[in-house]
Ligand binder design. Structure first.
Ligand code: NAD
Length: 328
């Protein structure tokens, strides 16, 4: 089986190449993303393996079909970048539904600890032998209230981590888990009482901008807002205003509304055009990581393993348990 692998990073190659060869799959690694200009690179391949910022719109899917490509292997959970109407009856689409909820939950706590204890500042200071403690005062997490929005796989693990720190946990979920030992409250109460608010729900029409001007107004002064879920859960302009007004005490962002223009690439020699992102990054109380929460050895190994199992299952049986159906 020959698979064209798009948007390759060094860590992808490390996790996929050898495992693929051991299973009879020959990956051709392209650094470029899949789109209308690059789709011809898939000519002669049995499948394509793509990630969150590749494009499989109708034009791309039609070209893939014409080239004889039989499967689109998404090495991620999301599939909003694939036109499922166009693939229907023509090309199988498979994904990795879960790879490591621990990776994301642990990264969330890493961001909180870094922000609250000013580790990012201390790291930079001590590198230049500045051992001053001025402005590094943090606060104890013990007995603080964390509000968790979304109590699925990641949210639940994060809650357990918080309980380990002796924090009080309040949660909101549209579909609360009645069997879990979690104190559910209405969203307004969560906004009002939380010292830290962490987002772990999916991005849907309902959750779009769940953090906006109105919800920020309801929050405690000095609240720390943490987003390791999806960028558009937060209205970035409203967050910036909240920070400027000193209402929001800090933000930890692993995702950003307009991240697809920047994240995963090196823009250190460019003039960044996004003024909101630039201003947020310039704030001393904002920490940004570039959609890195999933990036652990374990998660990468699970992504590669599941993607290869998906491919083998499809070529053996014509089906796949991780197929993305057009109605999803
Ligand atoms: P999950 O499906 O297990 O849990 C999502 C939870 O959100 C569920 O309990 C669901 O009931 C709840 N929910 C749905 N609609 C809601 C609403 N309107 N309001 C409140 N809660 C609602 O998903 P998960 O595996 O825990 O992942 C959570 C999110 O984390 C994903 O949607 C994804 O956006 C994000 N994620 C980020 C990274 C990263 O690298 N930063 C990696 C993986 C996943």
């Amino acid at each position: 089986m020959k698979i064209a692998f798009f948007d390759t990073k060094s860590y992808d190659k490390a996790s996929f190449e050898e495992l693929g060869l051991r299973n009879g799959i020959d990956f051709k690694f392209y650094e470029t993303k899949l789109n209308e200009d690059t789709v011809r690179l898939a000519n002669g391949f049995d499948g394509v393996c793509i990630f969150v910022n590749d494009t499989a719109n109708k034009a791309v899917v039609d070209a893939l079909y014409e080239y004889g490509v039989k499967i689109i292997i998404l090495r991620c959970a999301g599939f909003n970048n694939v036109d499922l109407k166009a693939t229907e009856g023509k090309i199988m689409v498979v994904r990795v539904p879960a790879y490591s909820p621990y990776a994301v939950a642990e990264h969330t706590m890493a961001l909180i600890l870094t922000s609250v204890r000013r580790i990012h500042k201390a790291f930079v200071r001590t590198k230049s032998f500045n051992f001053s403690l001025n402005d590094l005062t943090g606060f104890d997490l013990y007995e603080k209230t964390v509000g968790v929005i979304g109590t699925g796989k990641i949210g639940k693990i994060f809650i357990n981590i918080c309980k380990g720190f002796g924090m009080k946990v309040l949660a909101y979920d549209k579909y609360p888990d009645k069997n879990a030992d979690i104190e559910y409250v209405e969203l307004d109460e969560l906004f009002k009482k939380s010292d830290i608010i962490s987002l772990h729900c999916p991005l849907t029409d309902e959750t779009y901008h769940i953090i906006d001007k109105g919800s920020i107004e309801k929050m405690k002064r000095g609240v720390l807002i943490v987003n390791t879920s999806r960028g558009a859960l937060i209205d970035a302009d409203a967050l910036l205003d909240g920070i400027k007004a000193r209402k929001v005490g800090g933000a930890c962002l692993d995702v950003y509304e307009e991240e697809s223009d920047f994240f995963f690439e090196d823009y250190s020699s460019h003039i960044v055009e996004d003024d909101v992102l630039a201003r947020l990054i310039s704030m001393p109380n904002v920490l940004v990581t570039s959609h890195q929460a999933f990036l652990t050895e374990e998660a990468l190994a699970n992504i590669a393993q599941t993607s290869i199992e998906n491919t083998l299952e499809f070529f053996k049986t014509g089906k796949c348990k991780n197929e993305v159906a057009s109605h999803e």
